[in-house]
Design a protein. Structure first.
Length: 59
């Protein structure tokens, strides 16, 4: 009975950690989604293009 309780607690901890990990993984995509939506997208792409151009020229 006690062992079963420990297993249930461990499974609950693992489930919570997986949910937190999932949220942590989704967060950058949510930020990216905001950046890609107007009016941020044009500014975002200009910055990205400039960064790539300067990076290529710099190397």
């Amino acid at each position: 009975m006690f062992a079963l309780l420990i297993i249930i607690i461990l499974l609950a901890i693992i489930w919570i950690l997986l949910k937190l990990l999932g949220a942590a993984i989704k967060l950058p995509f949510k930020i990216l989604g905001v950046l890609l939506s107007q009016p941020f997208s044009t500014i975002f792409w200009i910055i990205v293009i400039f960064y790539i151009v300067f990076y290529v020229i710099g190397h």
